[in-house]
Design a protein around this ligand. Structure first.
Ligand code: HEM
Length: 465
């Protein structure tokens, strides 16, 4: 049987290329090797990446077909950040247990409860920006998504009964993310040999120090909440403290801490990056902007968030944003349980297979003219879950998918109804690695040019105080 095609460049160069210019690395290999190939990255046996929808379906429906597993232990790269009890690091029944306990908090029906947190965070962040000043959209979106995740998931609020953890957690998480943002600094996760703790003047030492401070705050919050249960609170942590598996067991403090870290890191930067991209695409094309303004009309977002969530053109714009430069370029790996044939190639247990979301979304047979931002493609055609999958699929599909989609739409609607803005740079924005995500280089510089709605502006002024 044929062996899987692979690049001829030396392993070190492949790793450097992948870390420094990930989308180019993906594209070059796809052009030379086709839809399915092996690269010598991360793992001694390398990684197998595919952008063939049929093969993606084969590996991601492992729970149904019983031929593959989704091993958590191979995601150890993220353990220093998330802890080893995070669902991302767990496999099999333990993984299922954590998913089952956390899923209800992210179910579509719960989204309405997060409306106020999302809208007030958006109006507060944009209401603070002086008209005419140039700002970095990604930074503003990060502020918003951080506030949302802290209020919705952790139940922490700026004025939380004299509890200042909100204010203390924010800068630590931002620092930790910034520390891992550049291609050079994120190498520390990919190459464990670089994880040397030489005190706070060494990058890894500083990272560990920040993590310790964050742990202290999270454990203190968990202890407080266990000591003073308050059933009236409507947040994810409250649900998790109460939730029990079939044996009546709740999550331990360590498990809770790791899952809170996971939600904080998986749910904050990703959504902010998607929002920065969406703001860019919307303001880069007058027609797309006009279509959205038209569709939003006079909808009262606060009273009717579900109408906003269901708007077809806004949905198409969000989908196209997540298609063209998917924030997550790959799914987590899956591995076969027994030796088998995969697209005509032999594979064996221990081989790590990943769906290349980026290459799938640029597969020319599914998306003609894939480099053009065109929301209409989502109005003209229905894509299968294995053709369009910014949130992955199967047993590890993104836990926060409903929240991310709801949040994207509400933030964009509040921004478009409340303010006008223009891009500050005329040159096209290109993608660049930021940590483990693919974000807009430069963060999308923009400036506010006006206020659209007096009602929204008033409530922004009230929120900013
Ligand atoms: C636009 C925003 C987001 C994108 C593009 C995104 C994308 C993804 C992708 C591609 C995966 C891997 C799926 C797989 O391997 O099949 C994933 C997993 C995950 N995401 Fe998201 N995500 C986003 C927002 C969020 C939010 C808001 C949260 C939580 C609050 C979240 C929590 C998670 C968790 C916990 C996992 C791991 C699931 C597991 O291992 O079972 N994500 N996400």
């Amino acid at each position: 049987m044929a062996t899987l095609p692979q690049p001829t460049t030396p392993t070190l160069l492949q790793n450097i290329h992948w870390i420094a210019r990930p989308h180019e690395f993906l594209e070059r290999n796809a052009a030379e090797l086709g839809t399915t190939f092996r690269v010598n990255i991360a793992n001694p046996k390398g990684l197998i990446w595919t952008s063939d929808p049929a093969l993606i379906q084969e590996i991601l429906t492992q729970d149904e077909n019983g031929r593959y597993t989704a091993p958590g232990e191979v995601n150890v790269t993220l353990a220093p950040l998330l802890g080893d009890r995070s669902m991302i690091m767990l496999s099999g029944s333990e993984h299922r247990r954590h998913r089952k306990l956390t899923m209800p908090a992210f179910h579509g029906e719960r989204m309405r409860a997060y409306t106020e947190a999302i809208l007030s965070a958006t109006r507060k962040a944009f209401g603070r920006i002086p008209s005419g000043d140039i700002f970095m959209t990604r930074a503003v979106m990060q502020e918003i998504t951080m506030d949302v995740i802290l209020t919705a998931v952790f139940g922490l609020q700026a004025d939380d009964r004299g509890n200042d953890r909100f204010a203390r957690i924010k800068p630590i998480v931002t620092n930790m993310l910034d520390m891992l943002a550049s291609p050079l600094s994120v190498s520390v996760l990919f190459f464990p040999i670089l994880q040397q703790d030489w005190g706070t003047w060494s990058p890894w030492g500083r990272f560990l120090e920040q993590r310790k401070q964050l742990d202290t705050l999270l454990f203190a919050e968990i202890a407080d909440r266990r000591a003073n249960p308050d059933p009236s609170r409507n947040d994810v942590l409250n649900m998790l403290l109460d939730t029990r598996d079939e044996d009546g067991e709740t999550l331990t403090d360590d498990e809770l801490r790791d899952e809170l870290m996971t939600m904080l890191f998986a749910g904050h930067e990703t959504t902010a990056t998607a929002l920065a991209w969406a703001t860019y695409w919307i303001h880069n094309d007058r027609q797309i902007y006009a279509n959205l303004i038209d569709e939003l009309g006079m909808i009262d977002i606060d009273a009717d968030p579900m109408t906003v969530f269901r708007l077809p053109y806004l949905t198409a714009v969000c989908n196209e944003t997540l298609r063209i430069y998917p924030v997550a370029m790959l799914t987590f790996p899956r591995t076969p349980i027994e030796p088998l044939e995969f697209g005509g190639y032999p594979i064996a247990p221990g081989d790590l297979l990943m769906a290349s979301i980026y290459l799938l979304h640029h597969n020319p047979t599914i998306y003609p003219d894939s480099k053009t931002f065109n929301p209409d493609r989502f109005l003209d055609r229905q894509y299968s879950p294995f053709e369009f999958m910014p949130f992955g699929a199967g047993s590890r599909r993104c836990l926060g998918m409903a929240l991310a989609q709801f949040e994207m739409k509400l933030v964009l609607a509040a921004l478009l109804q409340g303010w006008t803005l223009e891009l500050a740079e005329k040159t096209p924005v290109v993608p660049q690695r930021r940590g483990v995500t693919l974000g807009p280089k430069g963060g999308v510089l923009a400036k506010l040019t006006g206020v659209r709605s007096a009602r929204v502006q008033q409530s922004a002024a009230a929120i900013v105080g």
